[in-house]
Design a protein around this ligand. Structure first.
Ligand SMILES: Cc1cc2nc3c(=O)[nH]c(=O)nc-3n(C[C@H](O)[C@H](O)[C@H](O)COP(=O)(O)OP(=O)(O)OC[C@H]3O[C@@H](n4cnc5c(N)ncnc54)[C@H](O)[C@@H]3O)c2cc1C
Length: 315
């Protein structure tokens, strides 16, 4: 058990204007609407506040957990006896003249992907239409190398700046971020906070055409995904291809008779077997029990071990 009083006191002294909450229910901050309280949660609004929020914790030997929009996160019913930094306030989004790289679109980690995609559309730049329907932040999407409909973060990023435990800021070329399917250097080495990203030059396009593409992808999502219930998107990662053919987790889950399988308030979506949804009052324990049952059935029937895409906290 950490001494949260000491950290809270130090943070309040150093950052009197930064919002801090004790015992904050994580169910308010996750798209699953599940999760007990986090011992201490900080809401920095500027780079300087984020730096002090990290540095002050580091001085007490505390490593923060970085929370984006909580759309890929399952938090324990007991909550998280730790310090959470929510990045949503880091929402700068602007064109910037960068030394050596030229004029680039720069986005803070707390910017929602929908806002980024809509901003690019308004400015007449194509290349981010795929991102408009993903309910995450730029930071969470960079960490996860989020993607859809043939696009992914790795294709559009130029540089990524991040804070290390001391609060110092470092920068990586996107090529050095080890991006692969739902993976980056930040998933491999936790403890670093994605701060800002700059985007590669995007192609010009007629905004009406960009809007039409976004509307089409949004309609596809609505038709196929159970967006009417809280979830964290795809529960499992796509398994590696077999005999050169792609293997889809949702198809395996369906094939193994798991569609509609229910534990408490959690259900394998009847609309899309890749999603587990909160039908009302689901607990983290319900969701985890359901996940284990699905994994067991798929392993028994196909020999394939499904790996979770959704991250867990306090579990
Ligand atoms: C309805 C629905 C549809 C979805 N569709 C898609 C899809 O099509 N494609 C897809 O890839 N995903 C999809 N997702 C999953 C999710 O939206 C993405 O993974 C998203 O990128 C997560 O971003 P987030 O800000 O919510 O991250 P969070 O869930 O808050 O965090 C995810 C991980 O990233 C870390 N993290 C977050 N921000 C930072 C930061 N600034 N620095 C360091 N670490 C950080 C967290 O610690 C955690 O480990 C979907 C989810 C839902 C609910």
């Amino acid at each position: 058990m950490e001494n949260w009083d000491a950290l809270e006191k130090n943070l309040r002294k150093k950052l009197p204007r930064m919002e801090l909450r004790r015992n904050e229910p994580m169910s308010r901050h996750t798209s699953f609407r599940v999760g007990g309280p986090a011992a201490l949660m900080a809401f920095p609004k500027t780079q300087e506040e984020a730096m002090d929020a990290i540095h002050t914790a580091n001085q007490l030997g505390v490593r923060p957990f970085f929370l984006g929009n909580g759309s890929n996160l399952l938090v324990s019913d007991k909550g998280y006896d730790g310090y959470v930094i929510k990045t949503g306030g880091l929402e700068r989004l602007e064109w910037k003249e960068l030394p050596y790289s030229g004029r680039k679109l720069v986005a803070g980690s707390g910017v929602l992907l929908s806002r980024l995609a809509n901003f690019a559309a308004e400015e007449g730049f194509t290349g981010l239409e795929w991102a408009a329907g993903i309910p995450g932040t730029v930071g969470g999407a960079t960490v996860m190398n989020a993607g859809a409909y043939g696009g992914e973060m790795a294709q559009v990023l130029d540089k990524v700046s991040y804070m290390v435990e001391s609060g110092d800021i470092l920068m990586l070329d996107a090529k050095a971020c080890e991006f692969s399917y739902r993976h980056s250097i930040f998933t491999r080495i936790p403890g670093r906070m994605v701060l800002n990203v700059s985007l590669l030059s995007l192609e010009r396009e007629d905004p009406a055409k960009i809007r039409a593409k976004m509307a089409d992808l949004s309609a596809q999502r609505k038709a196929k995904q159970p967006l009417e219930y809280p979830s964290a998107g795809s529960t499992f990662k796509r398994p590696p291809p077999m005999d050169g053919q792609p293997v889809y987790a949702a198809a395996l889950v369906d094939q193994c008779g798991c569609k509609g399988l229910t534990v408490g308030g959690a259900q394998v979506s009847e609309k899309h077997a890749g999603f587990i949804v909160n039908k009302g009052g689901a607990t983290c324990a319900d969701i985890l029990t359901l996940i284990e049952e699905v994994r067991k059935r798929v392993l028994d029937q196909t020999g394939i071990a499904l790996e979770m895409e959704v991250k867990t906290l306090g579990v």
